[in-house]
Write a protein that binds this ligand. Structure first.
Ligand code: AMP
Ligand code: GLY
Length: 428
């Protein structure tokens, strides 16, 4: 079949890499893609929110399946746009409808959903400018730390963890009075702080059935030892040693099953990935957030670990056979280590040449995925904060991380930085 993949990050390079391995894939197009995906399929210069352009390309290239990588087009309704048009409605679009994508697009929606289906999550309240004073009182009486979340999409920046009431009140004022995140912060969710270890679980659903396709631990802080500012993710490991059968059984029983059951009962059209952002609180999983897509860089470890043909699993969402698919994993431990631009997650420059890309062996042990890269004439240059990632496989997490770091040491670009301690708590 002909497949169109939407997006341009490391997640999409990893998706392209996995999709292209499938015997079901005849031709792969990526819109807009990056230099990494250009080496696997055909990049199309169409932006992720140009629905009309994507539709025309889908028709012209006789697309059978469209995989949507990032959340933005999903929340804006790309699934519905394709489903409601006779010219594109036969295409198997992998992604939720706009209604279902609110699980990621609105924190208040996802909190209500979890309450309705008794899914464990932090206690909360929500406020708008209409009950602003009540919100101030709620904050003043709340234990610390306290978590403030802009309701809508805020490019990963809409969550504030305040350690004093003063700081919380100031953020509350910026969000509601000064529209710090525009319309995304017209509603604010105030949440109890959960203590524990954060992990991610990934499932694929057809809106009724599901399969878990992997899990990972993401290292979000820029600095070693989990210090400094939050980033989109500096590296991941999978499998996570404490996410054993007993823990995953709890995740499935208390979180995954009731979530998919809720989607089904509420009649939300959802054919795609569900990303469960969880906190492991002393062995008890609790939901921090839902995302309606795969994670980045989680995808870069879960797909190399996944042995089963991805296109077969995706195709099963369209014909009621998802439950029959056999999910198998490759042996060993997987790690991905992200190389970022100097200054990231603050300001950084782009356009620096990247040397050494051709020195990285592409085999079962090491894979390079490009994220924020671009072409300048014929050479590949930096074009974003998170530039590229190396995924490696090893007998242990430590071995996998060492292999990834050794490969990264063969690459240079001005200002390049990566965390040397990914997986530090799982040494051995
Ligand atoms: P989100 O945008 O919902 O992923 O939140 C960003 C980050 O804030 C999460 O990845 C967590 O590290 C942290 N976070 C969000 N909610 C909570 C919470 N209730 N308790 C502790 N940390 C949280
Ligand atoms: N790595 C976290 C995310 O993709 O949201």
């Amino acid at each position: 079949m002909n497949i169109l993949l939407i997006g341009s990050g490391g997640r999409e390079h990893a998706l392209a890499w996995k999709v292209a391995q499938s015997y079901h894939c005849d031709h792969l197009y990526i819109a807009p893609g990056n230099p990494g995906t250009a080496a696997i399929g055909t990049n199309l210069p169409i932006s992720i929110d140009d629905f009309e352009g994507l539709k025309q390309a889908a028709i012209a290239h006789q697309i059978d399946m469209m995989i949507v990588g990032p959340e933005e087009p999903l929340v804006k309704g790309i699934f519905d746009f394709f489903a409601n048009d006779p010219a594109t409605q036969a295409i198997n679009v992998i992604g939720p409808s706009a209604a279902a994508a609110q699980l990621e697009g609105s924190k208040a929606f996802s909190k209500h959903f979890m309450q309705r289906h008794q899914i464990p999550t932090a206690g909360y309240a929500e406020f708008t400018i209409d009950n602003y004073e009540q919100g101030r009182q709620y904050i003043a009486a709340h234990s610390l730390p306290i978590v403030l979340k802009a309701d809508g999409l805020a490019a990963g920046k809409g969550v504030i963890i305040a350690t004093t009431h003063q700081e919380a009140l100031e953020s509350f004022e910026s969000m509601l009075q000064h529209k710090q995140f525009g319309t995304a912060s017209a509603r604010v969710v105030i949440e109890e702080f959960l203590t524990g270890i954060e992990v991610s679980v990934f499932a694929l659903t057809d809106g009724k059935n599901y399969q878990i396709i992997g899990h990972a631990k993401d290292y979000k802080r820029i600095g070693e030892g989990d210090t400094g500012l939050n980033t989109g993710g500096m590296g991941c490991v999978s499998p996570v040693p404490f996410m054993d059968e007993a823990f995953m059984a709890k995740v499935e029983e208390k979180i995954v099953r009731p979530t998919i059951g809720g989607i089904s009962k509420e009649g939300l059209a959802y054919k795609g990935f569900v990303f469960f952002g969880l906190m492991n609180c002393d062995g008890e999983p609790s939901v921090i957030e839902y995302n309606c897509r795969l994670g980045d860089p989680e995808t870069e470890v879960i797909l190399p670990r996944l042995q089963t043909d991805l296109v077969s699993i995706l195709a099963a969402t369209d014909n009621g056979t998802l439950e029959d698919v056999n999910i198998e994993y490759n042996e060993g431990a997987f790690a991905t280590v992200m190389a970022v631009s100097g200054g990231y997650p603050g300001d950084y420059q782009k356009g620096f040449p990247i040397n050494g890309l051709d020195l990285i062996p592409q085999n079962q042990k090491t894979t390079l995925f490009q994220a924020g890269t671009g072409f300048k004439d014929d050479s590949i240059v930096t074009n974003g904060g998170r530039v590229l990632t190396i995924t490696a496989q090893g007998n242990t997490i430590t071995e996998a991380v060492e292999t990834a770091k050794n490969a990264l040491n063969m690459i240079q670009f001005e200002g390049m930085n990566f965390r040397k301690d990914i997986g530090y708590e799982f040494k051995g």
